[in-house]
Design a protein around this ligand. Structure first.
Ligand SMILES: Cc1cc2nc3c(=O)[nH]c(=O)nc-3n(C[C@H](O)[C@H](O)[C@H](O)COP(=O)(O)O)c2cc1C
Length: 173
């Protein structure tokens, strides 16, 4: 049996061991020389947590609100495509995990589960991610479908007039 991860980074090693290389590369790879990917990780490493001692810690509450919705901490799940490449339950399982943590999942437009399946899987607050389509009626239909299924906000992705050149994905084709 694989031992339980002790450090969150160990999940990546576990994934490398079980996923087909093509899928693993899709999830972990960035565009071009991956400068931004590296800098994102480094940005987190620069954040120092300053311990405060001899203060009352009997009530610690990291809860906050986003668009008026209360979440347990200022952490939510960004839209990411194709969760079923990693697990047969896909986005349905991700939505349940978000609900269990009292946070919000943003369902990707490129989800491998349908909007309806994810909506039926949990009562948690969910947002839906959308691209800007040339055919505006496509966007309108998706917005209405998300609304009908109880999604509370649209997260508009605007940085895709050009897709990133993801070299690992090109090599794996
Ligand atoms: C594997 C993967 C798939 C992604 N899929 C989507 C997507 O379908 N739609 C979207 O708007 N953003 C997508 N993103 C972008 C993320 O939502 C996020 O903006 C990006 O990863 C930067 O945040 P980070 O630095 O926390 O990773 C994806 C990112 C990754 C790593």
């Amino acid at each position: 049996m694989v031992s339980e991860p002790v450090n969150v980074n160990e999940f990546q090693e576990l994934a490398r061991g079980v996923l087909p290389k093509m899928y693993y590369d899709f999830y972990t790879g960035g565009a071009e020389d991956q400068h931004t990917l590296k800098q994102n990780v480094e940005a987190f490493q620069r954040i120092m947590l300053r311990p405060r001692v001899l203060v009352d810690v009997s009530r610690i509450d990291m809860a906050t609100t986003l668009l008026g919705f209360k979440i347990s901490a200022p952490i939510m799940i960004a839209p990411t495509a194709m969760h079923q490449l990693a697990h047969p339950e896909g986005e349905v399982a991700t939505a349940r995990a978000a609900a269990a943590c009292n946070t919000i999942m943003v369902l990707s437009f490129s989800s491998t589960c349908t909007i309806e399946e994810v909506a039926a899987s949990c009562n948690a607050v969910r947002f839906f991610q959308l691209y800007v389509f040339k055919r505006r009626e496509v966007s309108a239909q998706l917005v209405q479908r998300a609304e009908r299924n109880g999604f509370k906000a649209i997260v508009l992705t605007i940085d895709t007039p050009r897709l990133g050149r993801r070299e690992a994905d090109i090599r794996n084709k």
